[in-house]
Design a protein around this ligand. Sequence first.
Ligand code: LMR
Length: 320
Amino acid sequence: MARPKIALIGAGQIGGTLAHLAAIKELGDVVLFDIAEGTPQGKALDIAESGPAEGFDAVLKGTNSYADIAGADVCIVTAGVPRKPGMSRDDLLGINLKVMKSVGEGIRDHAPDAFVICITNPLDAMVWALREFSGLPHEKVCGMAGVLDSARFRHFLAVEFGVSMRDVTAFVLGGHGDTMVPLARYSTVGGIPLPDLVSMGWTTQDKLDAIIQRTRDGGAEIVGLLKTGSAFYAPATSAIEMAEAYLKDQKRVLPCAAYVDGALGLKGMYVGVPTVIGAGGVEKVIDIKLSKDEQAMFDHSVNAVKGLVEACKGIDSSLA
Ligand code: LMR
């Protein structure tokens, strides 16, 4: 049986990490694309040369030609510019929108059957733009942010409670920006919802609030430390988790930036929601019920995403 083909669009820090992870996990053969000559070729060869020690079988190819992504089963898009300290993700909108245009058209022309996972920021608007430029079905285009934000939330909670992160579940909804909504009521330690852990005295509301704020600021915290770029290990593992769910039809329940039309009271837009990911792509958006306060925070986040999409339309008239 032929191995799946995984196309990685962008060979920067995240692209290289994705290629390495995809190979180590033997998810398929990897094509690493970038417009920078030599970079994808060099990274692909370097990772291939780690194969004998690691013991994986995967073909890795670096390329500057979209023709080489032909027939890809999965495309993970990291192309574009990361933010620098002091910038918000939204500041990248104009520059990364132009990149999404060529990436979307490249996918449309060469890999129209792929499951597309976007990592480029500002995430929700870039997922929307990628879908518009590629013309792929809505359920085959999504963004990885909810998995990343929830992973950060889980990590901070596991450290606070001094337990294995395997026993911590967490949910983050909304746009992947400052307005994101970490949902305490739907997050658990050993199956016990976080508000109950406060009532039991295992932590305090103040500590929980600080963790929620740190989750919202998670990307900026890494940007502030790295100074010359943004996070890449956790974003890459998040996208790989989604790619694996698709390729192996795992029916994973994962929060991601998906097209919502009806659920959570939304009409035809991309934003972070709980989904089921399997061989059909985003197979289901889970229509969870929110309290009045949660709904107000979610609405605020949804409106922020809508504003960014309108800004995209203002920049590129073909999107209007
Ligand atoms: C992240 O959350 O790490 C990414 O969205 C990158 C960033 O700019 O924060």
